[in-house]
Design a protein around this ligand. Structure first.
Ligand SMILES: C[S@@+](CC[C@H](N)C(=O)[O-])C[C@H]1O[C@@H](n2cnc3c(N)ncnc32)[C@H](O)[C@@H]1O
Length: 211
């Protein structure tokens, strides 16, 4: 696995700060659902501006949130200070992250699209979970039909360059299984009507377990 030590996307950071401060209620509900029932020690990967932090249930003892883009990490630090559960923000990339103390859960939301080698990173996340620990994910995924073609064109042209290496045509659930996880409940949601010509309308939300 290549090991990026820097994520430096100042343009995307500006875009994401704005987008994440105007999230629709429907997305907030999906975020809350993705975190519901979590307990113990949680690792959040690529936390962005820390939008999830306020939504962790009180049953979570501690969140370690990694966010390597420094402009986003600054905002995440503020969200961490306001959260009702203890959150520590660190600046490592997912590829760099290591822990001697296992986690009860790993949370990925809208991040596996941006990671250069998702299967390798998912294997690493698998290794920092305790046996029986879980991965919660909320990710936009590859679609079929005309969206398939739209996503392939987007990924080959401007989309990743403008949006922090985001790739729209990823079979993320396949990558999760390839990394060794067992998916234990998942569904698809259309966050925009399928006719809207944006390549990120179909999302997967689910729970996968380290056996
Ligand atoms: C679209 S934003 C999503 C932020 C947040 N997870 C959320 O749900 O709002 C993608 C995030 O992934 C982070 N990211 C990109 N590459 C990463 C890597 N290699 N390791 C960790 N985080 C990464 C970016 O800095 C950014 O914060």
């Amino acid at each position: 696995m290549s090991t990026p030590t820097i994520v430096d996307n100042p343009f995307f950071a500006r875009v994401w700060k704005t987008l994440s401060s105007y999230e629709p209620d429907a997305l907030r509900r999906l975020r809350a659902e993705n975190l519901s029932g979590l307990t113990g020690r949680v690792l959040e990967v690529g936390a962005g501006t820390g939008t999830n932090f306020a939504l962790y249930p009180d049953t979570v003892a501690e969140v370690v949130a990694i966010e390597p883009e420094r402009h986003l990490a600054e905002v995440a630090q503020q969200a961490a200070a306001a959260a009702s559960v203890p959150v520590t923000v660190t600046g490592e990339t997912a590829e760099q992250f290591a822990s001697s103390e296992p986690f009860d859960a790993v949370v990925c939301s809208l991040v596996l699209c941006s990671i250069e080698e998702p299967v390798s990173v998912l294997r690493q996340l698998f290794s920092v979970l305790r046996p029986g620990g879980e991965l919660r994910y909320l990710e936009h995924v590859a679609s079929s039909g005309y969206k398939d073609r739209l996503q392939r064109v987007a990924d080959a042209t401007v989309w990743p360059r403008l949006l922090g290496n985001c790739h729209t045509h990823r079979d993320t659930e396949h990558a999760i299984v390839e990394a060794g996880f067992v998916i234990d409940g998942a569904r698809r949601e259309w966050v925009l009507p399928s006719w809207v010509p944006l390549p990120v309308s179909e999302w997967a939300i689910g729970r996968a377990v380290r056996p």
